[in-house]
Design a binder for this molecule. Structure first.
Ligand SMILES: C[S@@+](CC[C@H](N)C(=O)[O-])C[C@H]1O[C@@H](n2cnc3c(N)ncnc32)[C@H](O)[C@@H]1O
Length: 264
């Protein structure tokens, strides 16, 4: 398979996943509709007060985080390349009577479609692994941050992606050596979901992310690593506290997440 087809292949995967995710306990849309925020402590702390701020949310999936920001008073815009996700996001926006905007596009095409800058650009949990080129990504991010604004990013740690699905063996390079092409069944949000589709991703080291953000003209004001995930989204995870999950057997040893704030 040719990795250059990654947009069409991953889009089909995310369109399919969206249907299952909307019905999953993981995303708990019912609780969300009743007012529960989908945002976690980590990003809430880094985002700060978003009231009356313009926020661009990259790779928003079906919009829960974008809409949570909108509920907090932000003027929020979510972007995703999955038509199914964006249609669902717009539906939730209407159902909740919010005024978030949603744009359906590949992240790399966004500069041709959006001509505005934002107080905050935000992306989180499972985003850059779908993108091949961190230089282009960082340039897109930087272009949309207003002077004086910030980029808030929370992502799974690249060490996590070195392992096989069950965290038993190291299978992949820490570094971005090549496209990783796999056919997996189920989904992190519903392991029993009847999905069996090819996906194409890339591992991005911390230096690859940080150096490209710096080269794009941003300065990093905060960088943290965390030994837990707020999501029970991998195999063999154990809850070590409410909303804090680690990999069983490797509890104290693995970094699970990192966060950064970059300013312009
Ligand atoms: C794991 S989800 C994002 C996580 C989000 N925090 C959530 O759980 O709702 C990844 C999202 O990236 C989107 N995506 C993947 N590749 C993309 C691309 N090239 N351009 C835009 N969106 C993309 C997918 O459609 C999916 O909705």
């Amino acid at each position: 398979m040719d990795a250059s087809d990654y947009i069409a292949i991953n889009k089909a995967l995310w369109d399919e996943k969206t249907h299952h995710h909307m019905d999953s306990e993981f995303y708990n849309v019912a609780a969300f509709l009743q007012g529960k925020s989908s945002l976690n402590e980590i990003e809430l702390g880094l985002l700060g007060d978003v009231k009356d701020k313009s926020v661009l949310h990259l790779q928003c999936h079906f919009g829960q985080d974008t809409l949570s920001l909108s509920r907090m008073g932000a003027n929020a815009t979510g972007v995703d390349f999955s038509e199914v996700s964006i249609t669902r996001a717009r539906g939730l926006n209407e159902q909740l009577g919010l005024d978030a905007q949603f744009i359906c596009t590949d992240i790399y095409e966004l500069p041709g479609k959006l001509h505005q800058q934002y107080d905050i650009v935000f992306a989180s949990y499972g985003t850059i692994g779908w993108l091949p080129d961190m230089q282009r990504w960082a340039q897109v991010v930087a272009q949309f941050v207003k002077p004086g604004g910030k980029f808030v990013f929370v992502e799974f740690h690249p060490v996590v992606w070195m392992f096989d699905y069950g965290f038993k063996t190291v299978e992949y390079s820490y570094f971005n050596k090549e496209a990783i092409i796999e056919t997996n069944t189920g989904s992190y949000a519903d392991r029993k979901a009847n999905i069996s589709k090819t996906e194409i991703g890339w591992n991005h080291s911390l230096a690859e992310v940080i150096q490209n953000l710096l080269a794009a003209g941003l300065s990093i004001s905060s960088f943290q690593e965390y030994d837990y995930s707020p999501y029970n989204c991998f195999q063999n995870m154990v809850a070590v506290a409410p909303g804090k999950y680690r990999v069983s057997g490797l509890e104290e040893k693995l970094p699970m997440l990192y966060s950064l704030v970059a300013k312009r």
